[in-house]
Design a protein around this ligand. Structure first.
Ligand code: NAP
Length: 259
């Protein structure tokens, strides 16, 4: 299926690795020119070169921390106007509800709620003027079903979800859609770090931690960045214009719910 986005400009935040990279790759495969971002320049340049040489699209890189005002300004200056925005950032660390202080919440809110909102505010008005735009926010299954040790994530991402629910309906008349993609466990560095936490806490090996987690997923495996990226590309496509303000779970059936 042709996604109809060849030649569109797509900014993918936090995209040198993992799910963001999967989205960048899938959008580039559909012929979009992309702007990639991450804090660490080396892996970002390497990831960009891989995509450039594979898909022959224009790839711009911006090394910056997307959770800060200065980082957002740097990314926005390099990106200019874009047709597609994928919001993403690293996830907050796991912990215990009684240990988190105000500063921990502020950090989580900056990365996983306020940064996406700032990028939406900066880039969506021009999309509305042009009558077409796509925004996808990478959030988490923790929005649908809380993950106790990720309370900072549960809190910040649910805040973004509430903002998107209302805002998506305000911008839809101008041809701009905003939706959220909710990853369950995917085979990325983030999953390795979460498995590491379980292995340490339970005194088991990393392999056992992974096997234990896989057993809780009806699909009996972790998701891949490639399949996550493909869903993102569809949400950013010409075919997805009637999908507005939705929260789409990609979790292999892990969240046990009818709706
Ligand atoms: P990942 O493999 O660790 O990759 C994170 C990417 O984001 C890297 O390119 C990293 O590069 C970049 N990054 C992190 N913080 C950044 C920042 N402040 N500014 C700019 N770039 C930043 O993570 P992932 O698994 O793809 O996860 C992506 C998001 O989905 C996270 O918020 C995570 O919590 C959420 N999520 C993941 C899973 C999963 O199973 N993987 C499940 C649910 C939710 P630098 O480090 O160089 O900046």
């Amino acid at each position: 299926m042709d996604m109809g986005i060849k030649g569109k400009r797509a900014l993918i935040c936090a995209s040198s690795k993992g799910l963001g990279f999967g989205c960048a790759q899938a959008l580039a495969a559909e012929g979009a020119d992309i702007i990639m971002n991450a804090r660490t320049e080396g892996p970002l340049l390497a990831a960009a070169e891989g995509i450039r040489s594979t898909y022959g699209v224009e790839v711009t890189t911006v090394a910056a921390d997307i959770s800060t005002d200065a980082g957002q300004a740097k990314v926005l200056a390099a990106a200019g106007d874009v047709d597609i925005l994928v919001n993403n950032a690293g996830g907050p660390p796991p912990g215990m509800w009684s240990d988190w202080e105000r500063d921990d919440f502020i950090q989580a809110l900056d990365a996983n709620m306020l940064a996406p909102i700032a990028m939406i505010k900066a880039l969506v008005p021009a999309m509305m003027n042009r009558g077409w735009g796509r925004v996808v926010n990478i959030t988490s299954q923790s929005v649908k079903a809380p993950i106790a040790v990720l309370g900072l994530s549960n809190a910040a991402r649910t805040g973004l979800t509430g903002y998107v629910a209302g805002t998506s309906r305000q911008v839809a008349p101008s041809g701009v859609t905003i939706n959220n993609l909710l990853p369950g466990i995917h085979a990325t560095d983030r999953a390795v770090s979460l498995d590491g936490g379980v292995a340490n806490a339970q005194g088991i090996s990393m392999d056992d931690a992974k096997t234990q987690r896989e057993a809780t997923i009806p699909a009996r495996r972790y998701g891949t960045a490639e399949e996550f990226g493909a869903t993102c590309a569809f949400l950013c496509s010409q075919h997805a214009g009637f999908i507005v303000g939705q929260n789409i779970l990609l979790d292999g059936g892990a969240v046990n719910a009818t709706l």
